[in-house]
Ligand binder design. Structure first.
Ligand code: ADP
Ligand code: GN1
Ligand code: MG
Length: 364
């Protein structure tokens, strides 16, 4: 695909590129990502990404967050003598007008960043060693940001992981029932509501400061980390949701995809089981980095956080289904319902494995 519109957008960035080809890339649920291949062959490639401004309502603020975060990490990498800085942190490029994005005629926001060569994102992990290094990378990312004052960052999506406000939105979608889907999903709705008193406690602990607010990634799905060809982790990507949050969100969200033997949208829920080995490796890798700065309250709730994130995500998918599929990209009719059912089943699986998970964390 060599759409002249894309080339024109790229030309507005403050960088001279010899474009060979621009093609759609990746399978994120939110943004639209394109790989900009350049010539000669050995020249770096880039990614052109349309940020979803319906979801991220303040794209300039979000890009400011990303620049503060990446500059902070970059400085640390330079000071530590890292040789491959541009492979260990994302590099965004400014437009010719100095802004970190370019607007098109329809008011969309486009950004340009360096494509990290010889890297790959994965949708699932089979090897415990890979889970260990992914966990270390997420833990290390939190640690790199531990001394960055949180008030510098905006909330790119307000109340993103706030269980109380997510529950409110869910209840609103049930009341409105705009797509007429409540009747058929009542059982699933009940499973979520039944757990709400326990699950909303995470937000209450943040509100009363029993849990500390840190700078967290907030979207630690396994495909938001890049590996090299030898399965070493390179870089944490998809920084749109980096903002103040709980360390528990990042641990729990990673286990949401990693601890599950099936994909998050598995239609056959009998395939959903707990991947004990991967969980163990992840807990060990994460704690090898994070034990140094986590409070005992956080460590004691790592297992709870896995259930919390599955509950929250199941509720978010179901809310979107009830709202007529307005938020997540879907591949087929009913995709969000399949996702919601799979998350709730995974939540039950996590409940069944609570003791074994507690034991692993206490021994890690
Ligand atoms: P989304 O928010 O839609 O998930 P991402 O920012 O995660 O979008 O990008 C989509 C995919 O593009 C990622 O899963 C990853 O495979 C790839 N990707 C993103 N950033 C880079 C990068 N800097 N270098 C190489 N690949 C990348
Ligand atoms: C979205 O952008 P992506 O695909 O990495 C979502 C996450 C969800 C995830 C579920 C900004 O992540 O919160 O956990 O889908 N991102 C946003 O797969 O809502
Ligand atoms: Mg992503």
């Amino acid at each position: 695909m060599n759409n002249p519109l894309f080339s024109e957008l790229v030309s507005k960035f403050d960088i001279n590129l010899n474009i060979k080809e621009i093609a759609a890339y990746g399978n994120g649920h939110i943004n639209d990502t394109f790989l900009v291949k350049t010539s000669p062959e050995e020249a770096p490639d880039y990614m052109l990404q349309r940020k979803n401004h319906k979801i991220f309502k303040d794209v300039p603020g979000m890009m400011n967050n990303i620049m503060i975060t990446t500059n902070h990490i970059r400085n640390k990498l330079v000071v530590s003598g890292e040789k491959e800085v541009d492979r260990k942190v994302m590099t965004y490029f400014p437009a010719k007008d100095g802004q970190m994005f370019v607007n098109d005629a329809e008011g969309n926001y486009w950004t340009l960043f360096l494509f990290i060569a010889d890297s790959r994102g994965v949708e699932s992990i089979q090897k415990p060693e890979q889970a260990f290094s992914a966990a270390r990378a997420f833990g290390h990312f939190q640690q790199q940001l531990a001394d960055l004052p949180g008030e510098k960052l905006i909330e790119t999506i307000p109340n993103f992981h706030n269980g109380i406000s997510r529950l409110f939105d869910f209840q609103l979608s049930i009341l409105k029932d705009i797509a007429g889907r409540v009747n058929d999903t009542q059982l699933l709705i009940n499973k979520i509501i039944d757990r709400s008193a326990e699950m909303t406690s995470l937000q209450r602990w943040l509100d009363d400061k029993t849990l500390p607010l840190r700078i967290t990634h907030n979207d630690t799905k396994i495909n938001n980390i890049l590996f090299d060809q030898d399965n070493n982790t390179l870089c944490v990507i998809d920084l749109d949701t980096v903002m103040p949050g709980s360390a528990l969100y990042d641990f729990g969200d990673a286990i949401r995809t990693l601890g599950n033997t099936a994909p998050e949208d598995e239609p056959d829920i009998t395939k959903i089981a707990f991947n004990r080995e991967i969980f163990e490796a992840f807990a060990q890798g994460y704690l090898s980095e994070a034990k140094a700065f986590l409070t005992s309250m956080e460590i004691n709730h790592l297992v709870f956080s896995c259930r919390y994130m599955a509950w929250e995500q199941g509720m978010r998918f179901l809310t979107d289904y009830l709202n007529g599929d307005a938020y997540y990209k879907t591949d087929y009719k009913g995709h969000n319902l399949v996702r919601a059912k799979a998350q709730v089943r995974y939540l039950e699986v996590l409940e069944e494995n609570k003791e074994v998970m507690d034991k692993i964390v206490s021994e890690s």
